[in-house]
Design a protein. Structure first.
Lengths: 123, 145
């Protein structure tokens, strides 16, 4: 199954809902969607992975790239990741220590950005 | 329970999902591994197969990538073989710690780390004529990982 990406606005957050397989084939599509959102002014981005079936290091790399791109611009990334098998890959890569992993999209509007301006300056 | 499945695939990225599907199905049918460990197997095999395919693409090798899956009771071993140019197994860079600014600079090169984290054992033999990655994944508890 290839990746599917839907975009919607939940001010102040832009939400990218990602489904399917985020692997070597699907990850470039996510990178492209993030680049487009940032180019259009999004600085607070939520990746909703509730419908994601699979992720490996290529998907993780795309998420790291999104986080870096946003924090370099003073923005931040939140990830909604309720599925244990998906969350496990994030935890193995220690991404749970550098970005916010959430269990539900329901309260995305109330998510507080965790990235700091200091972090942005360091990158 | 036991079973052996061998697959040869063209070195194209869109075959990785097929390998995941076949190996996971064999594990479910033959090994008795719990679903979370089959999920781990799916990730580890995806990483190894993608690395092999990329090695062929980089070197222009037109031979197929080979994946051999051997299922036993409560364990699966997988060998992924390529004919790429090989790499220095001892020189693989370690992942920067999460509190390091360098961590966000690392968007690739995590595959072998993930395979090692998910598998009970990993053996990599690499040389100028190719790489063979052998992993074994058994029924350990999540608390052990």
């Amino acid at each position: 199954m290839s990746v599917t990406i839907r975009r919607c606005e939940e001010p102040p957050w832009t939400v990218l809902s990602v489904g399917g397989d985020l692997d070597v084939v699907g990850a470039p599509d996510l990178r492209q969607a993030v680049v487009a959102a940032v180019a259009e002014g999004s600085r607070l981005l939520t990746l909703d992975l509730s419908d994601l079936d699979f992720v490996d290091s290529f998907g993780i790399g795309a998420v790291v790239g999104a986080l870096k791109r946003l924090r370099q611009r003073g923005g931040d990334l939140a990830v909604v990741c309720p599925t244990p098998r998906i969350r496990r890959v994030f935890e193995i890569c220690d991404l749970d220590k550098i970005l916010a992993l959430h269990d539900s999209i329901d309260r995305v509007g109330s998510i507080e950005p965790t990235g700091s301006k200091a972090e942005a300056r360091r990158l | 329970m036991s079973g052996r499945v061998e697959i040869e695939i063209p070195a194209r990225a869109d075959y990785v999902s097929l390998v995941r599907l076949v190996v996971a199905a064999a594990a479910e049918l033959e090994s008795g591994l719990d679903p979370p460990r089959v999920d781990d197997l799916r990730v580890a095999v995806s990483e190894a197969t993608t690395n092999a395919i990329q090695a062929h693409i980089r070197s222009g090798c037109t031979h197929p990538v080979k994946v051999c899956c051997q299922c036993a009771d409560q364990a699966v071993s997988v060998t992924v073989s390529d004919c790429g140019p090989g790499f220095d197994v001892e020189a693989l860079p370690e992942m920067p710690p999460p509190d390091s600014p360098a961590r966000l600079g690392r968007e690739s090169g995590m595959g072998i780390s993930i395979i090692r984290a998910l598998s009970d054992s990993v053996d990599i033999r690499s040389g100028p004529s190719g790489t063979e990655l052998h992993l074994v994944l058994g029924q350990r508890q999540p608390a052990d990982t």
